[in-house]
Design a protein. Structure first.
Length: 260
């Protein structure tokens, strides 16, 4: 895929460690020639990303940003503007959070503040990042925003609970943002990934069962890897997907097409 993203700059959010899906997306984008900038939640994640960058010989700035904080998101947009001379071609939104205690048992018992926290972290961050970076994407003549979702948005997946409801709002946000931003030639899409062992996933009770079910029941009879999700993200961020917006692309070995 060398050259597909030559001359294009992408902001990557949500790298926590080498298992993060966003890190695999960063590797795929780098191999395709994209210039990268990273935004992470904490100093600890920044140091982890610096180590990953050093080991893979990728040069890219790493900015700190809690994406629920409007002022920090605006400051991030200014840092990205200065890094890439005012233009940005793509954003990967790979951010989600819900309290561990909300990811087991009955959805019925979700607390009000846990509900708000999950939606603010996992959905509003996409809206906020899209708002703040719109002028940079406009300056590039258009661009592509990609987020990551999961089947629990549309089916009841045991223990996924409030995160499933947040992912439903995320997928609806993809459609509304695609409609708002299409006139600027900015596309907004989601990749619905099958279960992959990451730190965020480990918070969901019975996560290993989710993987086992995909291995047993999906048409491909195996779980997908983060590298496969990354290739789909690369496609959506690239000019190959220039006619695609408002879409949810499944990278789950076909699991979602099966009757249960
Ligand atoms: P991960 O734990 O590696 O990444 C989650 C990231 O979200 C972390 O880097 C964390 O710092 C970031 N984050 C949380 N709150 C934030 C905030 N307020 N501001 C900025 N960053 C914040 O786990 P992952 O599995 O790579 O998750 C990435 C995305 O993929 C999430 O949206 C997740 O729901 C989605 N997803 C994961 C799976 C899976 O099985 N792992 C499947 C489908 C979708």
């Amino acid at each position: 895929m060398t050259g597909l993203m030559d001359g294009r700059n992408v902001l990557i959010t949500g790298v926590r460690n080498e298992w993060s899906i966003a890190w695999h997306c960063a590797l795929a984008l780098h191999r395709a020639g994209a210039g990268l900038a990273f935004s992470v939640l904490s100093e600890r994640e920044a140091s982890s990303v610096h180590k990953l960058l050093g080991a893979s010989s990728i040069e890219a700035p790493v900015f700190l940003c809690d994406a629920t904080d409007d002022a920090r998101v605006d400051a991030l947009a200014a840092q990205v503007r200065d890094t890439f001379q005012g233009r940005l071609d793509g954003i990967l939104h790979s951010i989600a959070f819900a309290r561990k205690e909300e990811l087991s048992g009955e959805y019925l018992t979700t607390s009000r503040d846990g509900f708000v926290l999950a939606h603010e972290s996992s959905v509003y961050t996409l809206v906020n990042l899209s708002r703040a970076t719109r002028p940079l994407l406009q300056a590039a003549g258009g661009g592509s925003i990609v987020t990551l979702t999961y089947l629990g948005a549309e089916r009841v997946v045991p223990n996924y609970n409030v995160m499933g409801v947040a992912k439903a709002a995320l997928e609806a946000s993809v459609r509304y943002l695609a409609s708002d931003l299409g006139k600027d030639n900015i596309r907004v899409n989601a990749v619905s990934a099958g279960p992959i062992k990451t730190l965020a996933a480990r918070a969901i009770a019975g996560f290993d069962t989710m993987i086992r079910q995909v291995e047993e029941r999906s048409p491909l009879r195996r779980a997908v890897g983060a590298d496969e999700v990354a290739d789909a993200v690369l496609f959506l961020l690239s000019p190959l997907a220039r006619g695609v917006t408002g879409e949810v692309l499944y990278v789950d070995g076909g699991y979602h097409i099966m009757g249960m």
